[in-house]
Design a protein around this ligand. Structure first.
Ligand code: MN
Length: 278
């Protein structure tokens, strides 16, 4: 009941889209910025919500059980969204690959599918996939991916401590993975390879473009007439891909934490400032 009331109160400051794509939320890990994600889901809605993989991190949960209330709230929010008649589609990724065995089944009115097709307002058709099947590291060296995952999580944990200190001292948030991704040439090549693969798949299969996640790097770009869209992540970049009512694709950056959003007219005290530089 309180949830429904909450929804009504928020109605006026909720933005409506034709479609919203989010992925790589990694619920079940300390890295997931669930408060921000919840805030995003409270202030934005769409005819269709695509969950583009790595939503619940089974890899991490298998090692250590981590499930705070905020993560539950996100799941509840999504289920309620589906109950209220919005279309929600869940495409599992590699971190929630356990869900892939349920391909074609429904959970709480949400179908689980390996891929989806989205038709833009102007009629262009986009293939929607998580994208790990086109990541050569995951495909050919899964042990390396697991190792990388562990190292990445250690680095993220260190980064959280570092940023707590920075913010206490009045410095802006500093993004480790953004820094690594853009300073390391191989990472840039990796991103380009990945984009190229996905664009090729979309083209070969006769789509006008592709929407994916997986590499935690939001992007909208045209590659020789094929649209490449990546919706980013909710570990570091806090981004979603949206199609506006007018049919325009945009990346939404949501550097707002839930506790801050509750205090109205104090937008300037956001916990994580926007436009952070490495
Ligand atoms: Mn992934």
């Amino acid at each position: 009941m309180s949830h429904e009331l909450d929804d009504l109160q928020n109605k006026e400051d909720r933005k409506h889209y034709r479609a919203i794509w989010i992925s790589d939320t990694h619920l079940g890990t300390p890295g997931c910025q669930a408060a921000s994600l919840l805030s995003f889901l409270k202030h934005n809605e769409s005819d269709t919500l695509y969950l583009v993989g790595d939503i619940i991190d089974g890899w991490q949960l298998r090692k250590t059980w981590y499930w705070p209330q905020a993560h539950n709230d996100v799941v509840q929010k999504v289920l309620r969204f589906a109950r209220k008649g919005h279309k929600v589609i869940y495409i599992p990724g590699n971190h929630d690959e356990q869900a892939r065995q349920f391909d074609g089944l429904f959970f709480g009115g949400i179908p689980i599918v390996k891929e989806a097709v989205h038709t833009l307002k102007d009629g262009r058709r986009l293939l929607v996939v998580h994208g790990d099947e086109y990541d050569n590291v995951i495909r050919y060296a899964k042990w390396l991916a697991f190792l990388g995952d562990t190292l990445y999580n250690w680095a993220l944990a260190l980064n959280r401590v570092y940023n707590k200190i920075r913010i206490k001292l009045g410095y802006p948030y500093w993004s480790l993975s953004q820094y690594l991704k853009f300073k390391v040439k191989n990472a840039v090549n990796f991103i380009l390879d990945f984009e190229e693969q996905l664009v090729k798949v979309a083209r070969d299969r006769g789509f006008n473009g592709v929407v994916c996640g997986h590499i935690h790097h939001a992007e909208i770009k045209d590659v020789d007439g094929v649209l490449y869209c990546n919706d980013g992540d909710w570990v570091e970049s806090l981004t979603a891909l949206v199609e506006t009512v007018e049919g325009e694709l945009q990346i939404v950056h949501w550097h707002q934490a839930a506790p801050v959003m509750k205090v109205k007219h104090q937008a300037s005290v956001a916990a994580i400032p926007e436009g952070v530089t490495p």
